[in-house]
Design a protein around this ligand. Structure first.
Ligand code: MRU
Length: 414
């Protein structure tokens, strides 16, 4: 068990089926109970993966956005007649990619970085431009990991010996190109022998904590206990938490921070119980164009995330008769299982395996739902924001601006 056992989040490789480049990613919407790898041959595939949360987490979304634009450049521009025509279409593609989810600023940052690179190199040939764009997207993978390791080092220094840390959602390796932000701090502190244990919030409704953070910590050999979100207050009141560390999707100039829904409640609890509340994020998550968090757009997602629970897995037939029946039912590829009361389940034959994807209804049909995916924690509740360039504290406006200087953090979204 080691952090190195955690797979790469997404990568660029030739697809043997087409002989052309593709973006590969671990399908996080199904982890950890099905370990699918998705292959995207066109930028629209990456967009669909982002919207379906196969790839998620702000820094990973930044890299995915850059790879989507690079993929378009190499796979979908054979008919481009000039660099000028290429750049015009590129602007549309970059806008479309940036708009796939609204809250994480890294998405726009990744797409924007590719757009800027292409426009800055408009004097080279199209084949050269395509190569430059792929190289830029791949460089972002290495940069992201390097940044996370620096965040890890700065953050670990803030923790006491035998720290009991609570985290929310998944700000781990899977949420980045590699290593993670909030979990990067925990991994680093664990390597230094400083972690007493981690409290993992399950993170309703999509369960990134229960599914992804628990999976990563198990793999890295970090001791942890899983709790439901509504247990955090009681755990903190018992005096069992020395620090809360979370990631971020967008940090405004004054330090107000958007992160997974439920983060704000934890910050309030920290203030009440005298527990430090840390945000760990690269400077690419800082949006200096927003003076405060009031204008951060909060994504609202499918009500079915709240009215039920999705699940994935693999059927293991025990007898030849079961195998024969499953083969017959999945002859067309997928068997849509008829279940009453609006539950949903499909079985798909994949090679020799039968994959199950389902959704179990919990609430009665036709209830009204409010499902914001993120909330904004006011800066006043944040003890420190840990970036790859150092640790920002109040006054955040001055502190963050200084840490962002020269990093390419978003100053103006084109
Ligand atoms: O909806 P998600 O899973 O993309 O939300 C992810 C989070 O809120 C993470 O905490 C955040 O992106 C930071 S990831 C290093």
């Amino acid at each position: 068990m080691a952090i190195t056992d955690i797979p790469q989040t997404l990568w660029w490789a030739d697809d043997p089926a087409t002989g052309r480049p593709a973006v590969y990613m671990v399908d996080q919407s199904r982890l950890p109970l099905a370990g699918d790898v998705l292959v995207c041959n066109a930028y629209s595939g990456v967009c669909a993966a982002i919207q379906g949360m196969a790839v998620r987490g702000a820094p990973a979304l930044g890299v995915a956005a850059a790879m989507a634009v690079a993929l378009w450049a190499v796979n979908e521009t054979d008919d481009a007649t000039s660099v000028e025509a290429f750049l015009t279409k590129l602007d549309e593609v970059a806008d479309e990619v940036a708009a796939t989810r609204p809250t994480a600023v890294n998405l726009a940052w990744g797409a924007e970085r590719m757009r800027a690179l292409a426009h800055d190199n408009a004097d080279v040939s199209l084949p050269e431009l395509r190569e430059l764009m792929v190289a830029e997207a791949l460089a972002m993978v290495d940069e992201d990991e390097a940044r996370n390791r620096r965040i890890g080092a700065f953050g670990a220094a803030l923790l006491p010996q035998d720290a009991r840390v609570l985290t929310h959602c998944n700000a781990g390796s899977l949420a980045t190109a590699y290593f993670g932000t909030a979990l990067g701090v925990i991994f680093t502190a664990h390597e230094q022998g400083k972690i007493g244990g981690v409290w993992v919030d399950e993170t309703r409704p999509v369960l990134q904590g229960a599914r992804l953070t628990a999976w990563e910590l198990r793999m890295a050999g970090v001791p942890f206990r899983l709790i439901t979100d509504n247990m955090a207050a009681s755990v903190m009141r018992s005096g069992w938490v020395d620090a809360v560390i979370v990631g971020a999707d967008r940090i405004a100039a004054n330090g107000d921070t958007a992160n997974k829904i439920g983060t704000y409640g934890l910050a309030v609890l920290c203030k009440e119980h005298g527990v430090p509340f840390y945000v760990a994020a690269p400077t690419s998550t800082i949006d200096l164009t927003l003076p405060n968090g009031d204008d951060i757009v909060i994504e609202e997602r499918d009500p079915r995330e709240v009215t039920g629970i999705s699940f994935s897995g693999v059927i293991e037939p025990h007898t030849p008769a079961e195998t024969t029946a499953l083969d017959a039912l999945t002859r067309e590829g997928t068997w849509v299982v008829p279940i009453a009361k609006g539950h949903a389940m499909e079985v798909t034959r994949k090679g020799g395996a039968y994959q199950v994807d389902g959704w179990a209804r919990v609430a009665p049909p036709n209830v009204e739902v409010y499902n914001p995916a993120f909330d904004v924690t006011p800066a006043a509740f944040i003890t420190a924001i840990i970036t790859e360039n150092g640790v920002a504290t109040a006054d955040f406006a001055a502190s963050l601006a200084a840490l962002c200087e020269g990093t390419g953090a978003i100053h103006e979204i084109g």
